[in-house]
Design a binder for this molecule. Structure first.
Ligand SMILES: NC(=O)c1ccc[n+]([C@@H]2O[C@H](COP(=O)([O-])OP(=O)(O)OC[C@H]3O[C@@H](n4cnc5c(N)ncnc54)[C@H](O)[C@@H]3O)[C@@H](O)[C@H]2O)c1
Length: 384
């Protein structure tokens, strides 16, 4: 029976609690920690947990016998908590975004290796039936080489969203919607399509004058072979329609699932290709529906990896690649230049200090709310 602790008992914590509770024969939540311990007490009561409450994560690590720690604190704390947990011999599941800088990601990956412990980064949208099926379709390569990818990571958050004390700042949130919202789709994009060789991006803040960071960004990725990708990250899109579209030489496929295939007429105009559409649809349908989707799906993956001593789907390297793309978007937009990947340690945005020194502020943060009374949140990921 794996003993689990959760550090940070705010908005996302219940998703972790509910997920662990779905696997009662594999794990038990034994400890909760928050700098506001009354929030941890409330979670303990709400879910009727037999868990110790701590107000300091180092005390939890030192005093409680645990195998796996979920880190659900703000991004600027992820690296320290993860590294200290790994060095104390615990496995770690850290919420997205992995950390505030590539330097921190590298130190986290190193700590995982050094201690031979699992470091997994939350990317729960991979663990959805449509995404897993689309991944399989792409692996068949039936649609030919991919020429263009469109990532629409559209979210909507009101002005007050950035009033929470740690949000909207380079120091504590680490970035805006590109980092904290589009991270889900950028993760899936790099998992399905691989890393481009260069990024050119523009960021802006159109409706949140209480945030230093962007509320929209548009990035273009270019691959060695000339194929392009466009990634839009936004918290100003009503309806939060989210999609990934892959245009292959012979067909397009996407999540939400849609397929269209064409061949060329003698004059170059398109002819429908229903046979290929049928093959692609069969490939999509050949994959089973997931039993557990979202956080429960990823937590099942982490528990299985620990128990069966096998790799996790989303490890530290994967988390780092996603942050590398996001960092490249920020660097490109900040300096209004195309950035070549992979980013090196010489990148002005490789370290947290570099980002804090160099990142332009759209606005300065005014109001700062300690905690919202309405604690319910949504996490997107409806791809049917
Ligand atoms: N996967 C998803 O879909 C998803 C959705 C929302 C948030 N998140 C991520 O989860 C993390 C937390 O976000 P949230 O919305 O729950 O924020 P939140 O502010 O509601 O909760 C964070 C909690 O951590 C506590 N905390 C801060 N510093 C701490 C420390 N040093 N030690 C112990 N506790 C500490 C805070 O008091 C707070 O209760 C962020 O990284 C965020 O990006 C992920």
């Amino acid at each position: 029976m794996l003993k689990v602790a959760i550090i940070g008992t705010g908005a996302i914590c219940p998703s972790h609690v509910k997920s662990y509770l779905q696997f009662p024969s594999q794990c038990k939540i034994v400890a909760l920690c928050d700098i506001y311990p009354e929030k941890a007490e409330k979670i303990k009561q709400d879910f009727n947990l037999d868990a110790h409450v701590f107000d300091n994560y180092q005390d939890l690590i030192d005093k409680e016998e645990v195998d796996l720690i979920s880190i659900c604190t703000p991004p600027y704390t992820h690296a320290d908590i993860a590294i200290n947990s790994l060095d104390a011999g615990k496995h770690v599941l850290v919420e997205k975004p992995m950390a505030s800088s590539l330097e921190e990601c590298d130190a986290m990956v190193e700590a995982g290796k050094r201690n031979n412990k699992i470091l997994s980064v939350v990317a729960q949208n991979r663990f959805t039936t449509p995404m897993m099926k689309l991944k399989h379709v792409l692996e068949t390569e039936l649609m030919g080489p991919i020429l263009h990818t469109q990532v629409d990571s559209y979210w909507w958050r009101g002005h007050s969203y950035y009033d929470l004390w740690w949000r909207g700042t380079w120091e504590k949130e680490g970035g805006g919607c590109t980092l904290n919202h589009a991270v889900h789709h950028i993760d899936i994009f790099q998992w399905m399509r691989g890393m481009p060789s260069e990024i050119t991006a523009v960021t802006s803040n159109t409706a949140h004058d209480n945030a230093e960071v962007e509320d929209i960004s548009i990035a273009i990725g270019r691959y060695q072979n000339g194929s392009l990708a466009q990634i839009t990250s936004s918290v100003v899109h009503h309806g939060e329609e989210q999609q990934l579209i892959f245009q292959g030489k012979k067909a397009r496929v996407s999540v939400p699932w849609k397929v269209k295939a064409s061949t060329s007429k003698e004059n170059g105009f398109p002819n429908d290709d229903p046979e290929l559409e049928q093959l692609l649809t069969e490939a999509f349908n050949s994959q089973p529906d997931l039993e557990y989707e979202g956080h429960p799906g990823q937590i099942e993956n982490v528990l299985d990896a620990i128990i069966e001593n096998k790799p996790v789907l989303v490890d530290g390297i994967q988390g780092r690649q996603t942050l590398e793309l996001i960092t490249a978007i920020y660097e490109s937009a900040n300096y209004q230049r195309t950035v070549t990947l992979p980013l090196t340690k010489e990148s002005p945005f490789y370290t947290r200090e570099g980002i804090l020194q160099n990142a332009k502020h759209f606005y300065e943060k005014g109001a700062s709310v300690e905690n919202f009374s309405d604690t319910e949140i949504t996490t997107g990921g409806k791809y049917e």
